[in-house]
Ligand binder design. Structure first.
Ligand code: T3D
Length: 263
């Protein structure tokens, strides 16, 4: 696949998708949305891919929407941002959060606007120590989109989510880690080695089981207990039929390393 605004490669079961417009901190243009959609199709359908990593080129992770990608001059007709969200951002967030494979965000630098929301939509967030998260929307009269108003309070609780979204202050990665918004913050030069090691590990694990863990945890906030118990039962029933469950138990009994197939 030939891309201009992203790079995409698959190695050892790991798809590495790098947002690649460093001159604008990897902000999203219409073309970048199209290319990410194309890459996400491969992530979904390519059975060689068992884990996805999203990161950014240069000093930023992603600054959200490219504010130069359309004219907002007073003399021009107002853009339909709802259409942009419906066409581009919502499908992207759904494709990350419902992907039946784990997704790691390797936040190499500032993640602002929809860039911060995209990071929070990923299953595990690792950040470079110099990275930061900015709910930039309030500064241009918008709301946290791309699942921001859903994921931010769930990650942080309402008081911190509200203050970040209303003030637009920069949240340094170390603070994000100590508040529990992300999994871990690591030294800058360790970000990609640690991310790839984690991704390669996940890519050798029981993919179906991991997919169900992700789905059930994501749904748990909206479900009452009785419904969640039902979902757990159905997931256990389905996973009990899988190759990887039998292999995991057999390997434990035989005191050997399991060879999971993701089936
Ligand atoms: O379709 C829709 O519009 C609806 C969906 C919207 C979703 C959204 O994401 S809305 C929010 C859009 N994003 C922002 O408002 C963030 C804007 N950027 C910033 O606030 C700051 O750049 C950062 C806090 C992210 C980083 O600050 P700093 O000081 O580290 O860097 P900088 O100097 O501001 O930026 C570096 C360059 O990137 C600069 O270009 P230059 O001067 O070197 O030529 C800057 O203009 C450019 N850049 C940064 N963000 C964007 C951008 N260019 C276009 N669009 C951007 N979002």
């Amino acid at each position: 696949m030939a891309f201009e605004t992203i790079t995409y490669e698959v190695t050892k079961g790991v798809a590495l998708l790098t947002l690649n417009r460093p001159e604008t901190l990897n902000s999203f243009t219409a073309q970048m949305h199209e290319e990410v959609r194309e890459a996400m199709k491969d992530v979904r359908t390519n059975t060689d891919v068992r884990c996805l990593v999203i990161t950014g080129a240069g000093r930023g992770f992603c600054a959200g929407q490219d504010l130069n990608d359309r004219s907002v001059k007073a003399s021009d007709e107002a853009p339909d941002l709802g259409e942009s969200v419906e066409k581009n951002y919502n499908p992207l967030i759904r494709s990350i959060m419902t992907l039946d494979k784990p997704v790691i965000a390797a936040v190499n630098g500032v993640a602002a606007g929809a860039g911060a929301s995209i990071a929070l939509a990923c299953d595990i967030v690792l950040a470079a120590r110099s990275a930061s998260f900015v709910q930039a929307f309030c500064k241009i009269g918008l709301v946290p989109d791309s699942g921001g108003t859903w994921n931010l309070p769930r990650a942080l609780g309402l008081p911190r989510a509200k203050a970040l979204a209303l003030l637009g202050d920069k949240l340094p990665a170390e603070q994000a880690e100590s508040w529990g918004m992300i999994w871990r913050c690591v030294d800058n030069e360790q970000l990609m080695p640690e991310t790839i090691a984690m991704a390669e590990h996940l890519a050798t694990q029981p993919t179906k089981g991991l997919a169900m863990i992700k789905k059930l945890l994501n749904e748990s906030f909206s479900n009452p207990l009785h419904q969640q118990l039902e979902l757990e039962k159905e997931a256990m029933r389905m996973l009990g039929q899988s190759h990887d469950y039998r292999e995991g138990v057999a390997a434990f009994m035989e005191k050997r390393k399991p060879a999971f197939k993701g089936e």
